[in-house]
Design a protein around this ligand. Sequence first.
Ligand SMILES: [Zn+2]
Length: 160
Amino acid sequence: MEIARDGSLLTFYVDIKDQVTLICPKCNAKRSLDATPFKDARQAMKVNCTCGEVFRCAFEFRKHFRKKVRLEGTYSIPKTKESGDVLIDNLSIEGIGFNVLNESHNIEHGSVLTMRFKLDNKQETVVERTVKVTSVRGGSVGGMFFGSARNKTVGFYLMP
Ligand SMILES: [Zn+2]
């Protein structure tokens, strides 16, 4: 996800799973990669796209508190009716990270999912949110909650 452009320098948000999807400014080709090695990088990374475009990119790591969790849930893609089980491993007020149990899923960058899961709090609150996928690496998926409305229950749940 591109957030800023300064000359040939593009800045991309790193998601809850420390994954980032680079998008070529010329041909829109997408490439997801693990941004962990760039956490302390001082220099921009140079990318050579297959279309011939060369661009530099910087990574913006999220500073929101995220909680390591282990919650069972489900996803469904309203558009294709695909659905399945997931194991959620990261949760923040704005994003979610999970592993899809069925490795042959068709979730891709930009997919919009309906996620349903139960918090392991006393009330066993059921949460249903729309999620926009920001990264996919095999069965490992990261996404952002759709819309700006914050979920009070999730916010309370996340308090350290
Ligand atoms: Zn390109």
